[in-house]
Design a protein around this ligand. Structure first.
Ligand code: PMP
Ligand code: GLN
Length: 383
């Protein structure tokens, strides 16, 4: 992570956002919404600041939020989660991932299985933990893992199977048989399932099935989510992790020395969000589906082949049809010149597998309709 000359490599998100700012291109790179979240949530944060919720909250998170998370798990998934012992509030999903990995693995003999391409912090945190990264490819255009390939990678050294469903960067939503295979393999090899479900409310015509709801899964599963995507508050960094107390105690041990706590007035505001009526949650999925379709239509009209994402903020397109041989160069060259920024999928894979993903680009659809329409107009100049 640290370069030989002591400099630190910047994340692809920071780099591409800077490229958009420098060129005036529309930023469909970094996944953040360009509209504020629900007024009830924003107002609740202002109110919390006014009433003085400005000092350290409890290490586990404010009770009100832990209770709201528990109610949310019951309302949407029928899961019973004890707010006293089975929930920890974290500084975003990012801290939850880091704390869980640092807590549950020890060194190079421990293996963490990750689906590839992966959100960039996964490989970085596995590296920080000292464990060995093993990957299972998700292949264009469906991006579902091959069940036999998965079985071949999981073994008795596997400590964690790291799942991300709905998936960033591909937009895939794992099928039931995939989730069942993960649980079966985790049971067989006594591994922990660590599942990042930050896009849980953004699926399009398919249900989201938390892996923790499958038979046999709860006792070995840690589930991560965040208010960032659901409430369009990515800068607030209020996340959480739920699961059996036995595993959460280990996570808390690490978490208390990472940030201890964060976001005192934002925590009760996210609790208000989690208690919004069902219509809010179906509304954000419907809205994101419309945006996905506008983006997909624009990309196809520009001559790119496009995946059919069933969830998340993201769509993957193949620029090979436009003569691209290397997505990174294409993103920094012709695509940025056309006035749109996307992220090469090669930023999310291990060096050994770069060639398989060489011409794929991730685009974020979480922007206003008029912004996506303008992006489509600019993309048309590529055709
Ligand atoms: N996991 C995934 C899959 C994500 O896409 C993101 C944010 N882009 C995160 C984790 C980080 O979430 P947070 O901002 O809550 O730390
Ligand atoms: N999670 C967002 C994405 O995938 C951004 C994360 C970041 O900037 N680190 O685009």
């Amino acid at each position: 992570l640290l370069r030989a000359d002591g400099s630190v490599a910047s994340t692809i998100f920071a780099e591409m956002t800077a490229l958009a700012a420098a060129t005036g291109a529309i930023n469909l790179g970094q996944g953040f919404p360009d509209e504020d979240g629900p007024v009830e949530v924003l107002e609740a944060a202002r109110e919390a600041i006014s009433r003085g919720a400005n000092q350290y909250p409890p290490g586990l998170g404010v009770l009100e939020l832990r209770e709201a998370i528990s109610e949310h798990q019951r309302r949407f998934y029928g899961l019973e989660v004890d707010p006293a012992t089975e929930v920890i509030v974290t500084a975003g999903a990012t801290e939850a991932l880091a704390a869980a990995l640092l807590a549950l693995v020890d060194g190079p003999e421990d293996e963490v299985v990750v689906f590839e391409p992966f959100y960039d912090s996964y490989a970085a945190c596995v590296a920080l933990s000292g464990a060995t990264l093993r990957t299972v490819p998700l292949r264009w255009p469906q991006f579902q893992p091959d069940l036999d390939e998965l079985a071949a990678v999981v073994n008795d050294r596997t400590r964690i199977i790291l799942v991300n469903d709905p998936h960033n960067p591909t937009g895939a939503v794992f099928g039931r048989e995939v989730l069942e295979q993960i649980v079966r393999l985790a049971e067989r090899h006594d591994a922990v399932i660590l599942t990042d479900e930050v896009y849980e409310h953004l699926t399009f015509g398919v249900p989201h099935t938390p892996i923790a709801t499958l038979p046999g899964a709860w006792e070995r599963t840690l589930t991560i989510s965040s208010g960032g995507k659901t409430f369009r508050t990515t800068g607030w960094k209020i996340g959480w992790i739920t699961g059996p107390a036995r595993l959460l105690t280990a996570v808390l041990t690490v978490k208390q020395y990472l940030t201890y706590t964060n976001g005192a007035p934002l925590q009760p505001a996210i609790a208000v969000g989690l208690r919004l009526p069902d219509a809010f949650f179906t509304g954000i999925a419907d809205d994101m589906r419309i945006k996905r379709d506008i983006l997909g239509t624009g990309l196809r009209a520009a001559g790119l082949a496009v995946s059919e994402p069933e969830g998340s903020y993201f769509t993957v397109a193949d620029a090979a049809s436009l003569g691209a041989t290397e997505a990174d160069a294409f993103c920094r060259g012709p695509l940025a010149e056309a006035g749109v920024v996307g992220i090469p999928v090669t930023a999310f894979v291990t060096p050994e597998r770069r060639a398989e993903y060489a011409t794929l680009i991730r685009f974020a659809a979480c922007k206003r309709v008029e912004v996506l329409e303008e992006a489509a107009t600019r993309l048309a100049s590529l055709a």
